[in-house]
Design a protein around this ligand. Structure first.
Ligand SMILES: Cc1ncc(CN)c(N)n1
Length: 236
């Protein structure tokens, strides 16, 4: 079994839990609360900015021009492509995307997840960076495909979250995921068991935080006591 297949297999229970999360199930059944959508998009705008920066660190630590090109392309998927699901969510919540980009405090889970990716990327090497970015990619492709199948989304373009689900099941997302896992497998061919365990723990933490990110939005998680005037600067 390849290293990436082992990562996916060992974290199978987390992928299943994410699919079962009420946020994801409410997307499937078109009943996700407006407050949860707004909280999600506000936090996700900041999260994706950090995610793009982590790909930038991938470019900084890349060993070949092809690897640089891959990260360069993935940055544009994040900064431009991911507008499609965000616009879909804003349409359903009847809010303007521009308003979602206004600075708000970074919620505890988003803060933790962003710091996790940045720390892994700044202190690690290319395999650590890939392990930090993979959960974001892989969990969405995974539950997107399950949702698409369960809701027969291809036959239901009128589904409120059709664009959101279709984006994460597109060929472009699948091929981006494959590029990342292929590169991770190639880079870890001669890696020691100790280093592999470390890379796996970066991946697992990211998968856990993907679950918690949906929890955060679903419960509109905030710092306590609420500090509505505190705004994160560097990560936006
Ligand atoms: C937190 C999170 N994880 C994943 C994705 C999908 N790229 C996202 N938009 N936000």
């Amino acid at each position: 079994m390849s290293f990436s297949a082992k990562l996916r297999s060992d974290a199978g229970f987390l992928f299943d839990a994410i699919y079962q999360h009420p946020f994801v199930q409410d997307i499937a059944h078109e009943r996700l609360a407006r407050e949860a959508i707004i909280h999600y998009v506000q936090q996700d705008v900041m999260y994706l900015n950090t995610y793009a920066r982590v790909y930038g660190l991938g470019i900084a630590k890349a060993q070949t021009r092809e690897q640089m090109q891959m990260f360069h392309h993935l940055i544009s998927v994040v900064l431009t492509g991911e507008l499609v699901p965000h616009y879909n969510l804003c349409r359903v919540a009847k809010v303007q995307y521009e308003d979602m980009k206004r600075p708000v405090p970074v919620a505890p889970t988003a803060h933790h997840y962003m710091r996790h990716m940045l720390t892994s990327a700044y202190t690690g090497q290319l395999p650590d960076i890939i392990a930090a970015v993979l959960p974001c990619f892989w969990t969405y492709v995974d539950f997107g495909r399950r949702l698409a199948k369960e809701m027969d989304i291809a036959s239901h373009p009128e589904h409120a979250f059709y664009d959101w689900i279709s984006f994460y099941t597109s060929d472009e997302m699948l091929s981006g995921l494959k590029q990342l896992t292929d590169l991770l497998d190639a880079l870890t061919e001669n890696t020691s068991a100790e280093d592999l365990a470390n890379i796996q723990s970066i991946f697992n933490d990211g998968c856990r935080m993907e679950y918690r990110f949906f929890d955060m939005a679903y419960t509109q998680e905030r710092w306590s006591p609420a500090e509505d005037t505190l705004v994160e600067g560097a990560t936006q």
